[in-house]
Design a protein around this ligand. Sequence first.
Ligand code: ZN
Ligand code: ZN
Length: 556
Amino acid sequence: METKETESVKVFALGGVGEIGKNMYGVEIDSDIFIVDAGLMFPEEEMFGIDIVIPDITYLEANKERVKALFLTHGHEDHIGGIAYVLRKLHIPVYGTRLTLGLVEAKLSEAGLLGRVKLKTIDANSVVKFETTSVSFFRTNHSIPDSVGVAFGTSQGAVVYTGDFKFDQTPVDKYSADIGKMAQLGNEGVLCLLSDSTNAERPGYTGSEKAVGVEISKEFYSAEGRILIASFASNVHRIQQVFDAAYEHGRKVAVVGRSMVKVVDIAYNLGYLHIPDGMLISLQDIDSYPERKVAILTTGSQGEPMAALSRMAKQAHKQVAIRKGDTVIIAASPIPGNETSVSKTIDLLFRAGANVVYYGEKKVHVSGHGSQEELKLMLNLMKPKYFMPVHGEFRMQKAHAKLGEDVGMDRNDIFLVDKGEVIEFQNGVAKHGAKVPAGNVLIDGLGVGDVGNIVLRDRKLLSQDGILVVVITLSKEAKTIVSGPEIISRGFVYVRESEKLIDDSAKMVREIVEQSIREYSIEWSTLKQSVRDALSQFLFEKTKRKPMILPIIMEV
Ligand SMILES: [Zn+2]
Ligand SMILES: [Zn+2]
């Protein structure tokens, strides 16, 4: 019996699984490769000195001519932050909604790439046709307007990526999620669903953004002095609610912080933010209004040391210093890993005399991601044949997989993938395919990917016990030490208070060098190694520390 083979469909994640951040997914249909999202991640604590992290796109570069397009689900950094790096390597059109592309344009123009990239605006009703597939979209609710999910049509059913979503029955922008369209996709047949796992561990439903607006308005009502309100710059709905509350209570608003100013500007110009005329004031002018007529919208909800709010709390901001009588509303919850810096900022604000309103105590924040019941609803609407939990740490993916089983899926039809793992579909049946290269590309200043494990290991060692440099100059002819050993250290001990230790170390190095001269074995690398070994052992005995030891031997 002869059966006609279907197209080959491959699905993989280059980022966004096993982590929160740098979302990037690949859908390969026969020879065409499509990418969804191109995000960044902020460095983990042990990535010393790294500014941002983006996905490794070696696989896409190696198959450049097969990559057809990049689709963007929404304008958050973990979905669009890596775009300039990706578009430097791949010359492909980029599809996104108006607000998403507005934010992308700003990034491309900073990177000097603006004229070189084809940006194609889509909306929830668009269909983009390729030889191998046609791509459609559905509107979702999330903490930024204009977010969509993406569906790739294939003869085996659709491959659907939800993007970030929750189901908000009373959204701020009045655009509801396209529940009907999701159900329709499900009825037509979904081969594989990639869905947002962020809140898969959280029972129930995520609250509506509207509830936050009510809470913010209450704070505006009771505050007697100035109001400062910190939020994610990208949470356009939250920002709208701040403007609404300010309008309701007759306050003018000043906007502070580079990213906040940028997002407010872009969203306002594109019509996603509604700000009554005359309401925006410049920061310089706040003191010409009575305190109870002023609100300041700022970044710094994550306690970032350099963000405006923590500088204001430390009285180190050029224009605003927190003072007694101020009300500070932190309208965000710390993203995992930022808890310590947020709580430090809250402390600083209290010390400066402010009344601080923050998440946990008051409901001034809700998540933009759906909780368990919403994730189950998505699964029930889409009724996927196969399910791939994405956008989350491994434990969140795992919790999401469990929800898949709860709604009746077979455990074998749920894939908990790592970065680079490929799931391949043929004739409607899934199997594991060959892995593609995947990993982290670290960006430090202008260097893209030049800081690897070895550099990071050195940075880690330096951060733990410091460095000790030994400089010695030899005369090769006369077989004598001309100068040194001189010992310089940073971050190891305070040299002035450790003279004996330094003198003893120098003496020891001198003996080792003299001995090797006597034995006629001035082989640089061996000599350096024996200096390093002996010093390292000596210093560890004396201090229980292991500084990095750098012998420098010069000859004259
Ligand atoms: Zn998002
Ligand atoms: Zn996200």
